[in-house]
Design a binder for this molecule. Structure first.
Ligand SMILES: Nc1ncnc2c1ncn2[C@@H]1O[C@H](COP(=O)(O)OP(=O)(O)O)[C@@H](O)[C@H]1O
Ligand SMILES: NC(=O)OP(=O)(O)O
Length: 314
């Protein structure tokens, strides 16, 4: 049986066009839970990590809009809020579904911190899209009212606010996660890439950013010697010439292929790019199997029938 890290995108929990109500998120997570429960049922050890881009952006807006009556919090604390919120939904849905399917397992969420380098150049140039998608017109109105805000066009889906996204260098709760796994407990962790923290004089403290959950998941998967890292997103396979008439879906890609396609601009920075870079990171840290696919194709991808497997050079 395998140890499998499953990284679920924030955009799979709040889908394009949805407002992000709790009912919508519950329904999306319930649908996502079924293929994951199948893996647990087969005896695999599962770690679920998840994105928080839409959720942390919404929480930030909530804080900004309410600031005349209650204090605003820093972005790392909002990240922690989303870990609790999403972890709660996932563990409740999984617990209920496990009971219904007679899967005798325990699942728990670990509030997880990821150490970043305070000198990371990413603090000087925000790249991580968070929160809702805006039309160009609405985005321009927001920028006119607050010129400190930066937006980018996100993979043809509209404009989103961007914040700094430094690279994770260490998962603080790694040992706690391993201990739970070694005792047969399924774990939800590293939500939103982990709460960003920096080390100062031997102490850790929060810093305002949103970490890419695919990088943090790759780091965690390597740290715990996972057999598989699955990066689960909105497409069944990675493609070259994505969205064009000559689109070609890829079943397998070596590190060298991936680097060449990245150079060619086949994988945009705000969407597929970080996933490919995270896959390379996992392999370079000794990982063997990284597969990018959609959650409904999990089983077929594990069997090698679909998904895109990123592999070491041959
Ligand atoms: N070359 C590509 N191949 C496949 N999908 C791509 C490619 N380039 C961009 N995409 C888009 O990137 C999306 C994944 O990024 P995103 O939605 O930001 O991730 P997440 O699922 O983590 O929220 C895919 O669903 C697809 O729409
Ligand atoms: N933190 C993070 O990577 O979130 P998304 O997957 O929602 O972009």
């Amino acid at each position: 049986m395998s140890k499998i890290v499953l990284a679920i995108g924030g955009n799979a929990i709040i889908k394009e066009g949805q407002k992000g109500t709790i009912e919508e998120q519950r329904q999306n997570l319930l649908e996502s839970s079924k293929p994951v429960l199948d893996l647990m049922d087969q005896g695999h050890t599962v770690v679920i990590t998840h994105g928080n881009g839409p959720q942390v952006g919404n929480t930030l807006i909530r804080g900004e809009m309410a600031k005349s009556v209650i204090p605003e919090y820093p972005l790392d604390v909002y990240g922690a809020e989303t870990q609790g919120n999403i972890g709660y939904l996932i563990q409740q849905i999984f617990k209920n579904e496990m009971s219904a399917r007679n899967i005798n397992k325990t699942i728990a969420t670990v509030v997880t911190q990821s150490v970043v380098d305070k000198e990371d150049p990413a603090f000087q140039s925000p790249t991580k899209p968070i929160g809702p998608f805006y039309s160009k017109e609405d985005m321009e109105k927001i920028v006119a009212s607050d010129e400190n805000l930066t937006f980018v066009e996100d993979a043809g889906r509209g404009y989103r606010r961007v914040v700094a996204s430094p690279k994770p260098v260490r998962i603080v709760e790694k040992e706690a996660i391993e201990t739970l796994l070694n005792n047969g407990i399924s774990v939800i962790s590293t939500g939103g890439g982990g709460i960003p923290v920096v080390e100062n004089d031997g102490k850790i403290e929060g810093i305002e950013a949103v970490i890419d959950k695919d990088f943090a998941s790759a780091l965690l998967a390597a740290d715990i010697s996972a057999d598989y890292l699955f990066i689960l997103t909105g497409v069944e396979q990675v493609a070259i010439n994505f969205g064009k008439p000559n689109q070609e879906n890829l079943l397998e890609m070596t590190i060298d292929d991936a680097l060449r396609y990245l150079d060619e601009g086949q994988f945009p920075k705000g969407s597929m790019g970080p996933k490919i870079e995270a896959a390379i990171l996992f392999l370079q840290k000794g990982g063997k199997n990284c597969i990018i696919t959609s959650i409904d194709k999990l089983q077929e991808a594990l069997e090698g029938k679909t998904g895109t497997r990123i592999v070491n050079n041959k």
